[in-house]
Design a protein around this ligand. Structure first.
Ligand SMILES: C[S@@+](CC[C@H](N)C(=O)[O-])C[C@H]1O[C@@H](n2cnc3c(N)ncnc32)[C@H](O)[C@@H]1O
Length: 244
């Protein structure tokens, strides 16, 4: 039996389907953008859209003036289509072809966004790897926004099974490293007028506990003394991006 090749699968889809005919197409990524407003993400934040394909989120972010946007996708064709559409503006973004199941990002981010890519990981090891990668590559205090099919949503997409999530299930997956903030349920209406129920959850990265404690201060690797907070955590993220 022929082994399933995820990359070939997605390249075939992008080779044969125009963006506007794809079930996931949305002319304006309103829900995703609402999280940028909610968290007042500053224009110099480092942003990654994982499984971004050739969606319009990067266009909207660049036009709003975001200066550090990376789009990651397993499909090179998808990213090439997005770059072609954006023309010279595409040079303002970074484009990475990689598989989220094994992705090792080259840098850390303040905002990690994923609409409809995480739910394609159905293997326990790959899901765990994704969660750990997000933990290691989102800065303390940073934001994680993930939109997946809900338990009322489809069980398959693009010929592949998906893992559905409830708000509770999302929290079980990410709660160890991220504090759940807003979750919303929404219906996406596909170009063929079908309703797909999504759960979109946002999380804030928990502060890191690193370095040694002297009872009053945490002494970090670089010898900086950070004050101990009342909640018993250290202000590791002091001085970092001031998002709400
Ligand atoms: C349903 S589309 C969503 C695209 C985009 N996020 C949006 O909201 O329009 C899923 C995207 O995830 C990408 N994808 C699926 N599995 C992936 C994986 N393991 N690693 C990286 N990208 C993946 C696909 O190539 C596709 O672009």
């Amino acid at each position: 039996m022929k082994r399933f090749d995820r990359k070939t699968h997605w390249e075939n889809i992008y080779q044969t389907k125009a963006l506007k005919d794809a079930s996931w197409f949305e002319p304006t990524p309103d829900t995703s953008l609402s999280f940028f407003d909610e968290y007042k993400v500053p224009l110099d934040a480092k942003i990654v859209d994982v499984g971004g394909g050739d969606s319009y989120l990067v266009d909207f972010l660049l036009v709003k003036g975001y200066q550090d946007v990376t789009v990651v996708d397993i499909s090179e064709i998808a990213l090439e289509r997005a770059k072609h559409r954006l023309g010279v503006l595409s040079r303002k973004a970074k484009w990475v072809v990689d598989d989220l199941a094994t992705f090792r990002p080259p840098e850390k981010y303040d905002v990690w966004h994923d609409r409809a890519a995480f739910h394609f990981l159905t293997d326990e090891k790959e899901i765990t790897n994704y969660v750990h990668t997000a933990n290691q590559h989102v800065n303390p205090n940073g934001i994680l926004v993930i939109g997946t099919f809900s338990e009322k949503g489809p069980q398959n997409c693009s010929g592949l099974p998906v893992q559905q999530y409830s708000e509770t299930a999302m929290n079980q997956r990410f709660g160890e490293f991220f504090e759940k903030r807003t979750c919303l349920a929404m219906d996406h209406i596909t170009p063929s007028d079908t309703r797909q129920n999504f759960v979109f959850c946002s999380f804030r990265k928990r502060e890191e506990h690193v370095g040694v404690q002297d009872g009053i201060h945490e002494v970090t690797h670089d010898g900086i003394h950070l004050p101990f907070t009342q909640s018993g955590t250290f202000l590791r993220s002091m001085g970092q991006m001031a998002m709400r």
